[in-house]
Write a protein that binds this ligand. Structure first.
Ligand SMILES: Cc1cc2nc3c(=O)[nH]c(=O)nc-3n(C[C@H](O)[C@H](O)[C@H](O)COP(=O)(O)OP(=O)(O)OC[C@H]3O[C@@H](n4cnc5c(N)ncnc54)[C@H](O)[C@@H]3O)c2cc1C
Length: 382
């Protein structure tokens, strides 16, 4: 067993850390206050290769493995949690499109994602159906022999305010998972109305509700085939659960590192506050919980790269990491006392930001359900 990154992965980590420190971190809190990313951020992310991490080099991507994608996102999250959303969506959706598209579709779809001309969103959740995603009601009606028309509402779509394209799940058949088809659809179209929401955290990531009013989609933009949206395309999603875990770990680790520095530098009662066990042991515990979450997430990505079933580690990581990150970020803030409470530090924002991913991409309940089914078997699990 080897826990070291390869020299290429170490080089990527160092490069993304340097890029993020210069181009991303300085705007983390200002973007939150504005409620929008800085103009040019997505182009910069694309320029650094962050929107094409696993996209083949022939399409302008970096052609890296899943572990490398996790390394890059963990680093980016240390600088700006919300800048990870375009990279996360691009990683997941490009993976799904590459795995399920034919040659002509890959040729059309992948380069624009890697070069940042297509910003992509995952459009699954609806106002009445989140966890029970197989119940989606958005309709796809045949449109002569040209393709389809999508009608209905998607809610809670991260980057929904900015995305040019969406992986949209709509019903083409009977009730249940086998009646759902996935479409790769243009969103910057008059048939799509967007309403961005005002949120607890992730305020620069443009979470939005999208109303589709008979949006035309070409027959060539069906992913995998009619009726395969849920049963086939959704299989890619364990990958995003591991990546999300590392994004949460990265952001919370930044807060913990700052807390350890503060514990060395701040003095009370004539000594560094780190010398008080009541202060330093909770930090040690949270560093341990975060490290365990990190290892679970990298195990999932390593297994994906090895072509192995990675559902168990990915779903264990997804229920654990956002929770562990939230609690670590909270403890880090308390370590600063009065100096953690103000908006002059990013500590409070990190806490708000990581909390969103206790819900996004599946709550702890649904990911524990997956783990329970894997450990107990379907007949004995909830
Ligand atoms: C920050 C953020 C980002 C998101 N990004 C996206 C995105 O990009 N694209 C997208 O499509 N969606 C996105 N979502 C939506 C997200 O995936 C859903 O909110 C989530 O799946 C839960 O669905 P729901 O909110 O409708 O809650 P519900 O399904 O109504 O659940 C409500 C509560 O009941 C619990 N519950 C439901 N069913 C069960 C069960 N069987 N057993 C036990 N408990 C249960 C849930 O865990 C939850 O606590 C995002 C949400 C957030 C907050």
């Amino acid at each position: 067993m080897n826990f070291d990154l390869t020299p290429e992965q170490e080089e990527l980590r160092a490069r993304i850390r340097a890029f993020a420190a210069t181009h991303v971190a300085p705007d983390y809190q200002a973007a939150d206050a504005r409620g929008a990313p800085r103009p040019g951020l997505y182009a910069d992310l694309a320029g650094a290769g962050l929107l094409g991490l696993r996209i083949a080099t022939g399409y302008g991507g970096l052609g890296r493995d899943a572990v490398s994608t996790g390394v890059a996102l963990e680093e980016l999250a240390r600088a700006d949690f919300n800048a990870c959303y375009p990279a996360l969506n691009a990683a997941l959706i490009a993976d799904v499109l590459a795995a399920n598209g034919d040659q002509a579709q890959r040729d059309r779809w992948l380069s624009p994602i890697a070069d940042g001309s297509a910003i992509v969103a995952l459009c699954l959740t609806e106002p009445d159906h989140g966890t029970d995603a197989a119940a989606v009601e958005m309709r796809a009606e045949p449109d002569g022999d040209k393709g389809w028309r999508l009608s209905g509402v998607k809610s809670s779509i991260m980057l929904g305010g900015y995305a040019t394209h969406g992986l949209v799940f709509a019903r083409t058949g009977a009730a249940g998972p086998h009646g759902i088809t996935a479409f790769y659809a243009r969103l910057d179209d008059a048939h799509v109305a967007r309403r961005t929401t005002t949120d607890v955290g992730n305020r620069s990531a443009g979470r939005a509700e999208l109303t589709f009013d008979a949006l035309p989609v070409d027959a060539d933009d069906v992913v995998a085939g009619p009726g395969l949206g849920f049963v086939q395309v959704m299989r890619g999603f364990d990958y995003s659960r591991a990546l999300i875990s590392l994004i949460c770990v990265g952001a919370a680790s930044a807060s913990l590192d700052e807390a350890f520095d503060h514990a060395r530098e701040r003095h009370a009662f004539g000594q560094p506050i780190g010398r008080f066990q009541g202060l330093s042991f909770p930090l040690v515990e949270h560093a341990t919980y975060l490290h365990a979450a990190r290892l679970l997430a990298y195990e999932a990505l390593w297994r994906k790269d090895a072509g192995q079933d990675h559902r168990l580690a990915a779903n264990m990581a997804k229920w654990w990491a956002p929770r562990a990150a939230f609690e670590a970020a909270h403890q880090a803030l308390l370590t600063f006392g009065q100096h953690g409470w103000g908006d002059e530090s990013p500590l409070g924002q990190r806490m708000r930001d990581v909390m969103g991913l206790e819900i996004g991409d599946g709550t702890a309940q649904v990911t524990k359900l997956v783990v329970a089914r894997l450990l107990l078997g379907r007949d004995s699990a909830p």
